[in-house]
Design a protein around this ligand. Sequence first.
Ligand code: PLP
Length: 232
Amino acid sequence: MSFIKENFSEVVERIEKSAEKSGRKCEDVRLVTVTKTIDTERIKEAISAGATILGENRVQEILEKYDELSALAKFHLIGHLQKNKVKYIIGKVELIHSVESLSLASEIDKKAKKEGIVQKILIEVNVSGEESKFGIKPCDAEEFVREASKYENVKIEGLMTVAPFDANEDELRAVFKGLRELAERIDGLNIDRVSMKELSMGMTGDYELAIEEGATMVRVGTGIFGKRDYSK
Ligand SMILES: *Cc1c(COP(=O)(O)O)cnc(C)c1O
């Protein structure tokens, strides 16, 4: 068995264990296989091991891989999205995890309307407050969701966060719990057309903790493909 298949199976097993530990079913947690910098041959190995969702952080890479892979798996955009690139990916990605400005939401709405589709999105929240991170502030989330919910060709499905890389377990749990509690609070407001069912949180180093704290989607790259080579 190739190391990609082996790694993939191990990640799936660990997801199942963590889901069980947190009293949930394994189908309540979806694995986003993060394929940035990974070539299509290796991605196909992951797909044959069971990957159904591919997470990319650059529009250009999605476009390069789209024709070869779109019949085999769904694409999710998980990285920062520039407004001028929205037009290239509408209709090509099932979910955009990283919406963090109203002007971006508005542009997605416009282009989705043009295509006659409703684009599913998550709102990226900077729970940890690190300056280097994208995402809105937790205290702005309620107002943001209220405003973004008015765009008819955008459907808000939940929240996403990226935890600090160097945090210890307690800090990580606090970040993940913070996102979950924020989603619960917004859910309680019963804003029209807004769902808070998805929590996209947890990466290779911390996805098990994230699941224990309520993640419904984890984004794992290195744990499946090994260290990325950004030089190519
Ligand atoms: C690259 C990336 C991941 C995956 O990171 P790994 O540590 O390789 O699992 C997850 N989320 C986002 C937003 C990313 O850019």
